[in-house]
Design a protein around this ligand. Structure first.
Ligand code: NDP
Ligand code: AOF
Ligand code: ZN
Length: 338
């Protein structure tokens, strides 16, 4: 027998498993409890066109869901998209109670809680809502509210704030632990963006790989922003994953083009000039810095011109979390509005 909070934690864990495979849909998790509180079904959103988390969990539960509770990270949908409404599936399964974390901000799909209540189902919203909103549903909620993908600018810097040595070499500044973590993050986002300068300087692969170099199961879309010529032999153009080029260099236009393709969650991996342009255009939602205990003394700064001419114009951040990543300090921070 598990409590509802424990069930929600299991639903969050299930949703984490499918991060990066559901866009433009949200990665949702659902746990179905029988009337006695036993877990009888666990599900997570299938890729677009496939069933939502509730339906996957209800199928696993079968008749044991009758009179039970569905615990789900997002308010069940009440609309027919590529699949029928989850509210219908919950009612057909005879669930007596639905507990969800976050309400659906999408005006087309929302209203599920009301539909269920009107049909006599007990509904409780808000359980572990902050955790879900800051975690598995963060990027999707951002894109549902703003219409543009969520952007994490990730960089590795020396303790003196440089992201390459004087000759342009930068492999590697951060530790093996940090780089392995970045590869796991890559496998969970929809797209990685780099500028032509980085492609020219580093010839990066921009794939998600295990420490032994083998490709992970899921690869993000690789996106190169900028107009300059690049060698056709660049690693980013190999067939390990899809790569697109976005000319023009306007961050908002680039993100709009990606949103058109269903991209929700973006990792911006540089370089300094492109990152500066994204910050100046207010297109960075989270900064993820791996600061390594190494000094370079010369070489490009981690961030290029970001439109800051005077200290009063500095981009102020709020730190969300600092942790050690092997020998490096990992800082997650959010630019302040205003
Ligand atoms: N440590 C780290 O985490 C990282 C380090 N690096 C290092 O950074 C260095 C490369 O830096 P950098 O040249 O700045 O790399 P960028 O990837 O930022 O590329 C800059 C180029 O991108 C194009 N571009 C497209 N849109 C814009 C825009 N809005 N504003 C500015 N440029 C735009 C321009 O080229 P075009 O003329 O083609 O349009 C520009 O020259 C290398 O030494 C690399 O090793 C890079 C990434 C991460
Ligand atoms: N130098 C540096 C990073 N650099 C980033 O990684 C890219 C290389 O990717 P790949 O070819 O796929 O391994 C490179 O172009 C740049 O964007 N990342 C880090 O985590 N730590 C580091 O020290
Ligand atoms: Zn649904």
């Amino acid at each position: 027998m598990v409590g509802e909070e424990q069930a929600m934690r299991a639903a969050i864990a299930a949703s984490e498993q499918v991060r990066g495979t559901t866009s433009p849909n949200p990665p949702v998790g659902c746990v179905v409890l029988a009337p006695g509180g036993e877990v009888v079904g666990v599900g997570a959103t299938r890729p677009p066109g496939g069933p939502h988390a509730e339906v996957v969990a209800l199928r696993a539960a079968g008749e044991r869901a009758r009179g039970g509770t569905a615990v789900v990270t997002l308010e069940p949908c009440a609309h027919t998209g590529r699949t029928p409404p989850c509210t219908d599936a919950l009612l057909a399964a005879g669930v007596a109670r639905v507990v969800h974390a976050v309400s659906d901000p999408n005006p087309v799909a929302s209203g599920g809680a009301e539909v269920l209540r009107a049909a006599g189902v007990e509904v409780r919203g808000g359980l572990l809502a902050d955790e879900v909103a800051a975690g598995p549903l963060r990027a999707w909620l951002h894109s549902a509210r703003t219409g543009r993908p969520h952007v994490t600018w990730k960089y590795a810097a020396s303790l003196d704030g440089r992201s390459a040595a004087a000759d342009g070499t930068s492999k590697w500044i951060s530790s093996a632990e940090s780089r392995a973590e970045v590869h796991r993050i890559r496998a969970r986002v929809d797209a990685i963006i780099a500028g032509t300068g980085t492609v020219r300087a580093d010839d990066p692969h921009l794939t998600a790989r295990a420490p032994d170099g083998t490709l992970l199961d899921r690869q993000p879309l690789r996106v190169v922003v900028g107009d300059g010529d690049l060698p056709s032999t660049a690693k980013v153009f190999d067939d390990a994953a899809e790569t697109i080029r976005l000319p023009g260099g306007d961050p908002r236009a680039a993100l709009a083009a990606l949103a058109e393709r269903g991209v929700v969650d973006v990792l911006l991996e540089g370089g300094p000039r492109l990152a500066g342009a994204f910050l100046a255009a207010r297109c960075v939602d989270r900064v993820l810095a791996y600061v390594a205990p190494v000094l370079l003394g010369a070489g490009p700064a981690a961030l290029g011109d970001a439109g800051v001419g005077s200290i009063s114009q500095a981009w102020r951040l709020q730190i969300e979390e600092t942790t050690m990543s092997g020998p490096d300090v990992r800082v997650s921070a959010v630019p302040q509005q205003g």
